[in-house]
Write a protein that binds this ligand. Structure first.
Ligand code: GDP
Length: 176
């Protein structure tokens, strides 16, 4: 559960996934409602966003790997204590979906069931013509693992806010 400071719940939300699937772009779109073809690698690795749900103010601390994943695996400390994780893949790159599944196994080793909210995110729906990961396949996988699942486009702003709202709703539900 998140920690409470003056009735604001603070949650750590981490973005995991292969380089270039659009992790930084999703965070940037959500927090700044903007998109850049090329994201700076430094200085954008941490965002905070307040979410007001019902009578509760929630602060989401959104962590981006800042390219760490290029060097084999991301440091344990990165996702330690996370309340939610977005497992991001690129719908046009099958290998990134496989990598997301591996991330899930890593999270299952690190966290107890129900200790972390996990969302599977298939990004780049604006490139659906080049799709390699069928929607149904991802849907079925998510269902079998009880994950929240959504397809997004950081570029065309498709369902990005919904992803983070789903995270917030689920976190709030678990507070009760
Ligand atoms: P990260 O390494 O996972 O953080 O990925 P970035 O956010 O840096 O994005 C990698 C590349 O994919 C950049 O060129 C982005 O502009 C592009 N990108 C990110 N999201 C989308 C999207 O939804 N659609 C398209 N077409 N490109 C995207």
């Amino acid at each position: 559960a998140g920690s409470s400071t003056e009735q604001t719940y603070v949650y750590k939300v981490v973005l995991l996934g292969t380089t270039a699937v659009g992790k930084s772009s999703l965070a940037f779109r959500y927090v700044k409602n903007d998109f850049r073809e090329s994201m700076p690698t430094v200085g954008c690795s941490f965002f905070t966003q307040l979410v007001c749900l019902e009578t509760t103010t929630m602060k989401l601390e959104i962590w981006d790997t800042a390219g760490q994943e290029k060097y084999q695996s991301v440091c344990h400390l990165y996702y330690r204590g996370a309340n939610a994780a977005l497992l991001v893949y690129d719908i046009t790159q099958k290998a990134t979906f496989a990598r997301a599944k591996l991330w899930l196994r890593e999270l299952e080793r690190e966290f107890l069931h129900d200790e972390i909210v996990i969302v599977l995110v298939g990004n780049k729906t604006d490139l659906a013509a080049q799709r390699e990961v069928p929607l149904e396949e991802a849907e079925e996988f998510a269902k079998s693992k009880s994950l929240i699942f959504m397809e997004t486009s950081a570029k065309s702003n498709h369902r990005v806010t919904e992803v983070f709202m789903a995270v917030a709703c689920e976190l709030l539900k678990r507070e009760r």
